[in-house]
Design a protein around this ligand. Structure first.
Ligand code: DON
Length: 318
């Protein structure tokens, strides 16, 4: 990890026009109260459904925000692109792609379908693929591997991160579907090592606490080719950041990925805590947080906020 020069940046002045635009997007969605927080992980069901934060980090390292931008929540699936990036950095592209595909599954995040013959999961954004990529991060023990994941996520965010132990325990106690997936993959040879230990690393990764501001910085790091724009640290190689953005673009929103690319037109990843992270390559990163979800497990207000931002500011890549 080279240390580059940290960017010169001061606090965002009051009345700043970009902050005003983020405030307006949130105000426009004030009355949108569909959906419920995820409850299949019991601890997530306790989330305050009124929380709503929206942050944006530019590639010069300036963070703009509106609403609940400093409230911590668990990253859940928003961790997956970053752990995929760490696996690419540690094992190289060919070795990672030998173990996990790069094709959209057209199915839900917890789909049981694996590639016939190889037992390979379809991509690193669905649970099956993410369980494999977290097992590919460097480390000789599960503790070492998780330490590398926590440090790596922290390098993307530009600050040290911690785990929500209550959410971790809740998911570990109730994660039978992920457990079943992991055992199927172990049987097929696509997941190696001790299954329960691999799962514990994956569950802990999902329980890492981040804020909206963190998500904006993490996605700006991907948008900037792997250099954190706030700390100046190179976290992953440009090629690896590019691979991650490509897989987010095609698979990041699960079976809603096609609709998302059509409507919003930017690589993104959602998590069942109500988080959505978006990266506009060469431009900025966005973090949105609002716990109530639609039926596919994506934040209702998060989706609506991204639609508004994309439409109003012409952000669609195509
Ligand atoms: O493995 C799970 O089910 C959760 N830890 C993460 C799933 C998730 O965030 C799916 N995203 N929409």
């Amino acid at each position: 990890h080279d240390e580059g020069p940290a960017c010169e940046r001061g606090p965002v002045p009051a009345g700043d026009p970009l902050t005003g635009l983020l405030d307006r997007v949130r105000a426009d969605l004030r009355d949108l109260d569909d959906g419920e927080p995820a409850s299949y992980i019991p601890e997530l069901g306790r989330a305050d459904p009124t929380l709503f934060g929206l942050s944006l980090c530019t590639l010069d390292g300036q963070v703009y925000g509106s609403g609940d931008t400093a409230v911590p929540f668990t990253a859940q699936s928003v961790s997956k692109p970053f752990v995929f990036a760490l696996a690419l950095a540690d094992q190289g592209v060919e070795d990672v792609l030998a173990r996990v595909g790069a094709e959209p599954s057209g199915e839900a995040f917890n789909s049981i379908r694996l590639e016939p013959g190889t037992g390979r999961p379809p991509n690193p954004m669905v649970n099956a693929g993410a369980i494999v990529t977290s097992s590919l991060v460097a480390g000789t023990t599960p503790d070492e591997r998780f330490a590398r994941i926590l440090d790596g996520l922290g390098a993307f965010a530009g600050r040290p991160l911690a785990v929500d132990e209550a959410v971790y325990a809740s998911e570990r106690a109730t994660g039978d579907r992920n457990r079943a997936l992991a055992y199927l993959m172990h049987n097929a040879g696509s997941l190696t090592g001790d299954v329960e230990e691999q799962l514990a690393v994956y569950f802990r990764q999902c329980s890492v606490l981040v804020t909206c501001d963190d998500l904006a910085v993490m996605h700006a790091t991907l948008a900037g080719g792997g250099v954190n724009p706030v700390t100046g640290e190179r976290v992953v190689a440009p090629r690896h950041a590019q691979h991650v953005l490509a897989v987010m673009a095609t698979c990041g929103m699960y079976d809603a990925s096609g609709q998302w690319m059509l409507r919003v037109g930017m690589p993104a990843k959602s998590g069942v805590s109500g988080a959505i992270g978006v990266a506009l390559p060469g431009q900025f990163g966005i973090g949105v947080f609002s716990p109530p979800l639609e039926e596919k497990g994506n934040s209702v207000r998060g989706i609506a906020a991204c639609h508004l931002l994309s439409d109003q500011f012409g952000l669609h890549l195509m």
